[in-house]
Design a protein around this ligand. Structure first.
Ligand code: CUA
Length: 365
């Protein structure tokens, strides 16, 4: 290596180190760093973060020690061209006991809080103190069911603060149909792996088709907590976001009351919304549920749209719900807007028909 090259290499190393150091700076503000796993905003995430805060410094000390010794040995005992072998030390009982006992002690120190935390987090919050939400990972959006309240949302859940939210990641989803019968999810055979991750509220939990998994999340303060699918699940894995809206208990009660209402029907009227409602009955009810729609079939292949307009985003929470133009493009050809979207294109709908459909969707608050 020439002196010039060495200087360049050294400078690059320093630069990388500096960037890494600066990346660790900045506030812990939720607006600034919404996906920061090291800024817990609830007791579950905090228990996991506490563990990390214990293990990480130990790991850093061990890393520096081991790497330092390696660098020392490489330099100190390098081949100086004399052909001499350095002193061999195999069979040194004292050394061997030492480097077995020290790591064992370190691991024991780490194991106690780790195992305790695992058991703590594995426990289920008491039924009368928690909110139950059933989660199904679809391609590529999240379905949330409030089984006790009796409604569904997509991509976004609203929860009360300071309340454990017990998520059931349901790998064998089934639904109650309008006639009272229970049917398996029509897409059950096509479910794939996902991972539910809202970094400020808890660690990841894998969604597994065919099995039941559970995760508790809890938020200290009101706020909108962001998350993302964290397991590669196909073309739009990156377009499968999660929003957790934590609100004060009275606001939550009000939200539940609103979400429990059926959609308004415009049957028989002569308006854009009425025409949209009719078009919805022809084109959309075979995949989307809207409680209160006259032709509703109770099918939830796509997201439940009963309160579509109350959610700020749609399509895996990547599109702004208020953008009419984007919504028109989405209805016309959703796979062109989001790779791998399972919603079929509707090339035969005219611009007027799409406007009518949007007018109807706007009533779904
Ligand atoms: Cu769902 Cu990645």
């Amino acid at each position: 290596m020439t002196a010039r090259r060495r200087a360049v290499a050294l400078r690059s190393l320093l630069l990388i180190g500096l960037v890494a150091l600066l990346a660790a700076c900045g506030g812990t503000d939720i607006e600034e760093r919404p996906l920061d796993a090291l800024s817990p905003d609830g007791p579950i995430a905090r228990a996991q973060d506490d563990l990390w805060r214990l293990v990480f410094p130990i790991a850093v000390v061990v890393f520096i020690l081991v790497q330092g010794l390696i660098i020392f040995a490489v330099i100190r005992f390098r081949d100086r061209g004399t052909g001499e072998m350095p002193k061999q030390i195999e069979g040194n009982t004292r050394l061997e006991i030492l480097w077995t006992v020290i790591p064992a002690l370190i691991l024991a120190v780490i194991a106690v809080p780790t195992v305790t935390t695992i058991f703590e987090l594995d426990g289920e919050p008491p039924v009368d103190e928690r909110l139950d939400v059933t989660v199904v990972g679809k391609q590529y959006w999240w379905q949330f069911e409030y089984p006790d309240e009796g409604f569904f949302t997509a991509n976004e859940i609203t929860v009360p603060v300071d309340t454990p939210v017990h998520l059931h990641l349901d790998g064998t989803p089934e639904y109650e149909m309008p006639d009272g019968s229970v049917q398996p999810d029509p897409e059950q055979d096509q479910l794939v792996l996902h991972s539910f991750w809202v970094p400020r509220l808890a660690g990841k939990k894998q969604y597994m088709p065919g099995s039941d998994r559970f995760l508790t999340i809890q938020a200290d303060e009101p706020g909108r907590y962001l998350g993302n699918c964290a397991e590669f699940c196909g073309l739009s894995h990156a377009n499968m976001r999660i929003r957790v809206n934590a609100v004060e208990p009275d606001e939550y009660e009000q939200w539940v009351a609103e979400q429990s209402q059926e959609a308004e029907s415009f049957e028989g009227e002569d308006s854009a919304a009425a025409r949209g409602e009719e078009l919805f009955g022809v084109n959309c009810v075979s995949c989307h549920n809207i409680d209160g729609h006259p032709d509703n079939q109770g099918i939830r292949i796509g997201p439940d749209l009963t309160h579509f307009n109350s959610r700020p985003e749609y399509g895996g929470a990547i599109f702004d719900v208020e953008d009419d133009e984007q919504l028109a493009d989405w209805i016309r050809n959703s796979p062109a807007e989001k790779p791998g979207s399972q919603m079929q294109p509707f090339p035969d709908l005219t611009d007027d028909e799409i406007d009518d459909l949007i007018s109807y969707l706007r009533t779904l608050d």
